[in-house]
Write a protein that binds this ligand. Structure first.
Ligand code: SIN
Length: 295
């Protein structure tokens, strides 16, 4: 692999992830930003400690990666509408946290975000880590027969489970400090390929998730449940997982086209506040021709 010139990098796990040091994101050169992008292509998740960014600086840095993504069910900050606060209060005990389920951000949109950026503002003394699962590895480790089958399929995604009128979040008892909107607009459905090709790397990644995938195209939910259940278990196998342990002022960026993530809810009694932005992505591309590798 070509060495990096402007950043230092330490791989986090066998499945990828990299800690990047030696760069100050508030005034990074174009070359450093290009190297952060390359690290994202190679490691899928990058985490940068000691980046004291306020919302204006977080928004500024995000726009160096591309146009802002849409934030359909969480309202942004008044002065920085593209920055959303992800908060669980200390007294929200035995309550849902935001993102506490394997998912790929906003996969029910026509153009889900390419990258998400999450900046740690206040953390519990221990816990509140975020897990990521490498979906290239999830796809590549399936049998040839399964890869061929999945590469020809589409699945239906919807926000209805977390954000629909019947959702747990609709009762107002969870995440009271977050500006979450629930309602009938969450019932909309969108079809995406089950295996998506990354526009920059050309690699194929599994693209179904427990949070938002409802069923396969042209099948009922009951017919889809067996295979989807297998894929959900498979996609989060321990050997695909990268764990990010936060410190205040850590910024983590991930590629939603290649990983799913899960916010661990193990810090009842403590407050956790993170600020999040996203970069607009493309319409998911179908997989390239399947072949090779183990059968
Ligand atoms: C998210 O799903 O974006 C939240 C992740 C986290 O809070 O760790």
């Amino acid at each position: 692999m070509k060495p990096f010139r402007t950043i230092e990098l330490r791989q986090l796990s066998g499945a990828g992830g990299a800690e990047i040091t030696g760069v100050n994101l508030a005034d990074a050169t174009d070359e450093a930003i290009e190297e952060v992008r390359r690290a994202l292509r190679e490691y899928l998740v990058v985490t940068l400690p000691d980046q004291p960014l306020d919302d204006a600086a977080l928004a500024r840095f995000t726009s160096r990666l591309g146009p802002f993504g849409l934030e359909p069910f969480v309202e942004g900050d008044e002065s920085h509408p593209n920055v959303i606060a992800v908060v669980k209060e200390a007294d929200e005990v035995k309550r849902l946290n935001f993102g506490g389920n394997w998912h790929s951000d906003w996969s029910f949109l026509e153009t889900p975000p390419s990258f998400t950026l999450l900046h740690a503002r206040e953390l519990p003394p221990v816990g509140g880590d975020t897990l990521f699962a490498n979906q290239y590895l999830a796809f590549e480790s399936l049998s040839l027969g399964m890869r061929e089958l999945l590469a020809g399929m589409q699945a239906c995604h919807s926000a209805r489970r977390p954000y629909g009128p019947q959702s747990h979040l609709a009762d107002g008892k969870h995440l009271r400090s977050m500006k979450i909107k629930t309602g009938p607009e969450a019932l909309a459905e969108f079809l995406h390929p089950v295996v998506r090709r990354h526009p920059d790397t050309g690699r194929s990644a599994l693209y179904v998730n427990r949070g938002y995938t409802i069923r396969f195209a042209n099948m009922t939910e009951a017919e889809s449940a067996g295979l989807l259940g297998f894929l959900y278990e498979h996609s989060a196998r321990p050997e695909f997982v990268i764990r990010v342990v936060w410190r205040p002022n850590t910024l983590t960026i991930w590629d939603n086209r290649a990983v799913q993530h899960f916010a661990v809810n193990d810090y009842d009694g403590y407050r956790r506040e993170m600020h999040r932005t996203s970069v607009l992505g493309e319409k998911p591309l179908p997989a390239s021709r399947v072949g090779g590798a183990a059968g």
